[in-house]
Design a protein around this ligand. Sequence first.
Ligand SMILES: [Zn+2]
Length: 205
Amino acid sequence: MSLTLLDLVLPSNCIVCGRKPKPICPTCQPKADFAEVEGFGFPVFHAHQHHGPIEKLISGYKDQQLTSLEKTLAESVAQLFSRLDFSEVSTLVLPARNTKNFRKRGFDPAKSLAQRALRVAKLDVQVVQLTSVRARQDQRVLGREERARNVYGSMRLPYTPRGKLALFDDVMTTGSTFSELARACEVAEAKVAFGCVLAQRFTQF
Ligand SMILES: [Zn+2]
């Protein structure tokens, strides 16, 4: 577990309740809330709904770059992975990196979480990140239709892996990034077994 400079300078008690110990106290550990997300041509599962403790954890990790929270989040993802059948899955496919966010954060949340969760779950699966075909805006500032337009056709698989694929992203909001993952795999004639996300956010657009 590495402490970043930010962890040392910010008064970081438990990210959820503000009491000690940091970065998250035992009472505020997120509880698993596994469920299937409808609306894709293959099964998709989330480990949590995006509210309560998990929302604060994800925001602390992604927006405040508190990388000491990664362990807790990766354990949630690992628990979800452990419930899924990876026996025919060779590769876990992730969305293309948002360059601006990556420069700001110094790490790629979806990739770091996926790699760590695979290690925790003891799964021997390759991680492949889609490549950007064109620039796109940060999805978080956009509404549903803008998100879909922003992301559609923006990514591609750098090569077609053998075996089946699983898809992963950290947070799903409208599902447009996830649809793009699926579209890119279909174009590459790769077979998707299932998808998984750390947290699904329910929003009204
Ligand atoms: Zn707490």
